[in-house]
Structures are given as C-alpha cells and as structure tokens.
Ligand binder design. Structure first.
Ligand SMILES: *Cc1c(COP(=O)(O)O)cnc(C)c1O
Length: 494
C-alpha cells in the first residue's frame, strides 16, 4: 500500500516512510492509496480472536511493508503488558447503549491505544528504512498527549523524546504523571507561559534550519508524534472492528447489521478512524460527532462551512478544546479525491480562518451526524447516567453519550450504538465529583478515593501509584530557552 499527500505532491511513499516522516513535504497529510476491503467472513473471523490478533488482521492491510511477524511483535509490546484489562478495549452495556472503554492503557486515556503502538511502528520503520540517525520527538502538550507519548516512547530504541508543558497550566495529576516518567531517553520540561507559548516554541524549533543543521551534526533528526501521523490513525481503526466483533459475540447484532458509533471529537482523529473502518466494509450506520462548547465541527457537519473565527472556551472536557481539527483534511480528500481543492480549502483556512465545502453536505450527512454539549449539559449527563445506571462517565465520554441519546431521539434510529469512552473518570475526578453533587477535596488522591466510593470502579494503577513515585523531572525554562534545552538534551554544543 502506497501513501501520498492530501495536497497533491506527486511523491508516493511506503507506510514505514509515512510513519517516520509524520507530515508530507508539501504540508499535507499522508493518506493510503486505497481502502483495503474486509468481507463479512473476515469480520466474523475476528470474533474468537484476542485484541492483539484482531489488530494484526486489520493493520496488515495498511502496513503492507511490515511483515506479519514484525506487526505481531509491535502489537504484543504495545498492548501485551501495559493494559489493565485482558480485553484491552472492553465493551460495556450502559443504559441501552454500549460504552467502548478505550482507557485501560497506562495513562488512562484513549491516546494510549495509538501512542503505545506508534513508537513500536517507528522503531521497526527505522530498521526497514535503514535509518541511522537518532529520531528526536518533540511534543508540546496541554496534558493528556504528553504523558501518553512519554509512556509509549520510554526506552524505544533509536528514539529520544522531549515534552514541554505550560508551567502551572496542567492539572496536578497530569503534572505528576509527566514528572515521574521513567526512561533514559525522555525528558520533561515546564515552560514559563501558557500552552500556546510552549506550542509556538516547539513549532519554531521545527522550522529553524540552523537547529536542524546542528542536530544533523549530532546524527539526530526531529520528528513529531501528533495525531496527524498515519501511525496514530491506523491503530484506531482496529477498535471499531473489535467492538463490532464483540457485539457479534454477544448476539447483539448479526453480521451485516449496521452499528452507530458516537465519538467525543477534538482533532477528528478518532472519528476519522471510524470512517476508514466504514469504507473498508465494516457495517457502520452513522458516526455521531460529539463536541463541547467549542462546536466548530457541529456547525461544519450541519452547514458545510468550517469557520474557526469564534470564541475559544476552556471546558471540563479539555482534550476537545480545539478550533482547528487537523485530521478533517483527510476526510475532505477522501470525499473529493481532489488534492487541488483540499489545498485551496486549507489555504483559505490558514489565511481567512474559514472555508466553504457546502458542496459536500449530502456526503457529510450520509456518514455523520453532529451535536454538542456545553459544560452544564455535560454535568447533567454525568449525573443522569449515574442515577439511572450507577456507571460513571468522564466528561469527554459524557459529551458523546449525550450526543448519542439526542441522535436516537431526533432521528428515531434505534440501531445498536457504541459510545467511545476516551478517558477514565479518575483522570477528571474533580469535575466528575462536582457533577455528581459530591464534595471536592483539594487533594487529588482524596478525590480519587471519594470517587471510588461512589463509582465502585478500581482506581487505575497508573494513577493510584503516582503518589509513591519519585519525581524525576523538575526543570523549568523560559520560552526563548527551549531551543537550547533541546540541543543540550541531544548532546549538541551551541
Ligand atoms: C484526544 C482526546 C479526545 C479527542 O480525540 P481526537 O482524535 O482529537 O478527536 C477526546 N477525549 C479525550 C479524553 C482525549 O484525550
């Protein structure tokens, strides 16, 4: 399978090259040249398999330059020992819907599903491409992505990683999760400023030719692990199939019956993987795109006009506080197969903050349905689902649960619906406790203990164990020192 850019550069590359590079040379995103097809028999054959085996069956269709043995090794190392549920992504019946729990990995958020596997795919890709240079991954994070990337990349051969986060700009638990990270090849630094300062600092380092030259002299090359990397999208396709196989196993559907999926959406990576699954032949009805008060995608899917010129809200579902959903570019390409049109829309977005793709509305409506929930509606959903079912939703999942219920009510579509659950409620214990009307202790570990009494769920090891772990990363730097910090870490004189 070859990959090429959404913006029209002629070059075609292998999956290993697409994963190592992240972004195409013209600024576009790598897309596969075709959607490999999966038959009903193939889907039924997934039922008795483990999650890891299912993953190999799906991934080998896209990552055709990896051998089956390589993929098996990557998948085993990614999911084998680090997840706290033997099913990896278990499906749970909650109040008439199915909740697909994607947070049983080491950092208790859905990012682990991809970020446990990406480093394995990158290390294998280095070997295949004969890459001699060390790959240095830089990440600016407002919380979740940083820890998930650190946990995935710690001790990955041939790879180093640095994470920058805003000093005082992440939750106490998120800070501890990052500051206690082990691994000789990783470093975490707080930046004095907000998330935008950290992000801008990283972008400047990426685009600075002098830095690249200095690093090259030390046999080091920069790369990124953000959600536009093909190696993050491909692993997410797997759990759409896996959930369907579990519904088959339960007898909730017969093979061929359509299932809807409701997805709490930010950068459009998770839900886009569902679109890929559908185009491969998985019987998917509608993909319900759920947003918080930052509802730019709700408007886009209803009007065909993408307009980022609006207020930005900080919400209780912070991983969805996004105004530019980068992975949407891949959807635009697949619906038009017109790279020149995609490039023009992206130019319009960069220059004017808006583009008009209303010609795509019939197609958008065929595959997607969209709704949003603000913080008040999200809290109300957490409370009402808890009262009805005793199941505790995190705020991101509650946004999707609410959209799924609205979808059913407004369209009358009663087909089985899976709600993708993207974080453990323990990651956002204060918001969840307050939504349930409970007292919120100042100490995050007391919050977790209190939530345990209410939810009856085990506190994930990765969170409960934080209190006892030594803090290993305490560096703080100014924004204009970030470049020097990176060069020091890479062992460069400067
Ligand atoms: C990243 C994230 C999302 C959004 O996923 P996208 O792929 O960016 O749409 C939703 N919920 C949680 C908890 C996340 O960490």
């Amino acid at each position: 399978m070859d990959y090429f850019s959404t913006r029209g550069a002629a070059e075609r590359v292998s999956s290993a090259a697409a994963i190592l590079r992240g972004l195409a040379a013209d600024g576009g995103l790598f897309v596969p040249a075709a959607f490999p097809q999966v038959s009903r028999a193939d889907i039924e054959a997934l039922v008795p398999l483990s999650y890891e085996e299912r993953a190999v069956r799906i991934l080998r269709l896209y990552l055709t330059d990896y051998t089956e043995a390589e993929l098996t090794g990557c998948v085993q190392r990614a999911y084998g020992h680090t997840f706290d549920d033997a099913r990896r992504a278990p499906l749970r019946a909650v109040g008439g819907l199915s909740v697909l729990e994607l947070w049983h990995g080491p950092t208790s958020a859905f990012k682990d599903m991809a970020l446990q596997l990406l480093p394995q795919l990158m290390s294998a890709a280095r070997g295949k491409m004969g890459e001699q240079e060390t790959v240095l991954i830089l990440v600016a994070t407002s919380g979740d992505t940083g820890k998930a990337a650190l946990a995935g990349f710690a001790d990955a051969p041939g790879i180093q990683m640095m994470v920058f986060y805003p000093d005082g700009g992440v939750s106490p638990v998120q800070r501890l999760q990052m500051a206690t990270q082990e691994g000789a090849n990783v470093k975490v630094v707080a930046v004095r400023g907000n998330f935008d300062d950290a992000q801008r600092g990283v972008k400047e380092i990426f685009s600075d030719a002098a830095t690249a030259k200095t690093l090259a002299a030390a046999h080091t090359r920069l790369s990124s692990a953000n959600s536009i990397n093909w190696g993050r999208l491909a692993p997410q396709i797997v759990y759409y199939f896996s959930a369907y196989a579990d519904l088959l196993a339960e007898g909730a559907v017969r093979c061929g019956d359509a299932v809807n999926y409701a997805v709490p959406t930010g950068n459009f990576g998770n839900i886009l993987a569902g679109f890929y699954a559908k185009r491969m032949g998985l019987p998917v009805g509608r993909l319900v795109c759920a947003s918080n008060a930052n509802n730019v995608l709700t408007d886009f899917l209803q009007s065909g006009v993408y307009d980022r010129r609006r207020a930005f809200y900080q919400t209780i579902s912070p991983s969805m506080d996004i105004l530019v959903s980068s992975n949407l570019e891949r959807l635009l390409y697949h619906l038009t197969e017109d790279t020149r049109q995609v490039a023009a829309w992206m130019r319009s977005l960069a220059e004017k903050g808006v583009y008009d793709a209303s010609g795509l509305l019939p197609q958008l409506r065929e595959h997607f349905w969209a709704a949003f929930a603000d913080d008040a509606a999200t809290r109300e959903e957490i409370r009402s689902v808890y009262e009805r079912t005793k199941y505790t939703l995190d705020p991101h999942t509650a946004v999707a649960y609410s959209a799924a219920e609205r979808y059913r009510k407004e369209t009358g579509d009663a087909r089985p619906t899976a709600v993708l659950s993207t974080a453990s409620p323990y990651k956002f214990a204060a918001s969840v406790l307050s939504a349930l009307g409970a007292a919120v202790d100042a100490d995050p570990f007391a919050q977790m203990a209190h939530l345990r009494e209410l939810s009856g769920m085990e506190i994930p090891q990765g969170l409960a164990g934080l209190r006892a772990q030594p803090v290993r990363h305490t560096d703080v730097c100014e924004r204009d020192e970030m470049r020097a910090v990176v060069l020091d870490f890479a062992g460069c004189a400067h």
